[in-house]
Design a protein around this ligand. Structure first.
Ligand SMILES: [Zn+2]
Length: 258
C-alpha cells in the first residue's frame, strides 16, 4: 500500500520521495514477528518494530520519527483490520466490568498534522544552556537511541525521543541528558510542550464504563484512557477479537439425527 507522504504527521516536509510503502502482515509474518519480539523490553521492542517497517520499504529510514510512529500503528492496523477499525478493551477500575470500544482510524485516531514553522525547529533554553531543536529523522534518532540501547542509562522511550529533539547530541550528549532529566519548574513545561508538539499528535482514547457512568453528564464521567503507544506495543494480543470470522467462513458439518 502506498501512503503519500503528504498524509503523514509531518506532511512530508522536506521529503524527496512522494510516498512510502506499508503492507499488511501475513499470518506467517505475524507468527515470525511474535516469535522474535523481545519480551519486557520497551527499547528493544521499538527497535524491532522499526526494523520490521524498514524491511518493507528502506526509504522509511529517511522518515521522521513521528511519521515512523504513525506508520507502525498503520501497519499493525491494516494487518488486523480490512476497514481500518480496531476494538480496544479495558477493565473498569471501579466495578471490574470489561468495557470495549471499536475505534476507527478516520474518526477516533486523527493525527494532527504539524505546522510547517514547527518543522523548522527552534531555539530553546534548558538548564541554563541554549539549544537548537531538530525534528529527528530515523538516522538522527538512531545516534541517540543506539547509545541508550547499549548503556540503558535511560529506559523510557518518551524521554529518549525528547532528548533526540535537541541538536548536537553527539557533541554534548551528557549535558543534554542531564538538562532534560534534571529539568525543574518552567523547564518541565518546556519539555512537555516539545513532546506535545512533536510526538503527541495522537490523543489517548477514552472509554467509559456504562454501569458506573449511567445517567451522568459528560463532565462527571470517569474515563479510562488508553494511550496509542500501549496500543501499538500490544497490538496482536487481541487479533481474534479484531478479525472475527462469521458463518460464511466456516460451515460445520451437520450431525445427522438418527
Ligand atoms: Zn464500572
Amino acid at each position: 500500500m502506498n501512503i503519500p507522504v503528504t498524509s503523514l504527521p509531518s506532511g512530508g516536509y522536506g521529503y524527496d520521495f512522494p510516498s512510502v510503502n506499508v503492507s499488511p502482515m501475513t499470518f506467517q509474518e505475524i507468527i515470525k514477528y511474535l516469535e522474535g519480539i523481545p519480551e519486557d523490553d520497551n527499547l528493544a521492542k521499538y527497535m524491532y518494530d522499526m526494523n520490521m517497517l524498514i524491511a518493507g520499504d528502506p526509504n522509511i529510514k529517511n522518515c521522521y520519527i513521528m511519521d515512523i510512529d504513525f506508520l507502525l500503528f498503520y501497519k499493525k492496523l491494516i494487518t488486523v483490520s480490512s476497514d481500518l477499525t480496531y476494538t480496544i478493551h479495558s477493565v473498569c477500575p471501579e466495578c471490574g466490568k470489561k468495557v470495549s470500544k471499536t475505534i476507527s482510524l478516520d474518526t477516533d485516531l486523527k493525527f494532527e498534522q504539524i505546522d510547517r514553522h514547527v518543522m523548522e525547529g527552534a531555539t530553546i533554553e534548558l538548564g541554563g544552556h541554549m539549544y537548537e531543536t531538530i525534528v529527528p529523522r530515523y538516522t538522527d534518532f538512531m545516534k541517540v537511541f543506539q547509545k541508550y540501547l547499549v548503556y540503558r542509562r535511560v529506559t523510557d522511550l518518551g524521554i529518549i525521543k525528547t532528548i533526540a529533539l535537541i541538536k548536537d547530541f553527539d557533541l554534548q550528549g551528557n549535558q543534554i541528558e542531564s538538562d532534560v532529566l534534571g529539568a525543574k519548574h518552567e523547564d518541565i513545561t518546556l519539555i512537555l510542550m516539545l513532546q506535545e508538539l512533536y510526538y503527541n499528535q495522537l490523543k489517548p482514547i477514552k472509554l467509559y464504563c456504562p454501569d458506573c457512568n449511567a445517567g451522568k453528564p459528560v463532565e462527571e464521567r470517569r474515563e479510562m484512557a488508553i494511550s496509542v503507544d500501549s496500543l501499538i506495543s500490544d497490538f496482536f494480543r487481541e487479533i481474534s477479537i479484531n478479525c472475527p470470522i462469521d458463518g460464511s467462513k466456516v460451515l460445520f458439518k451437520q450431525v445427522r439425527e438418527m
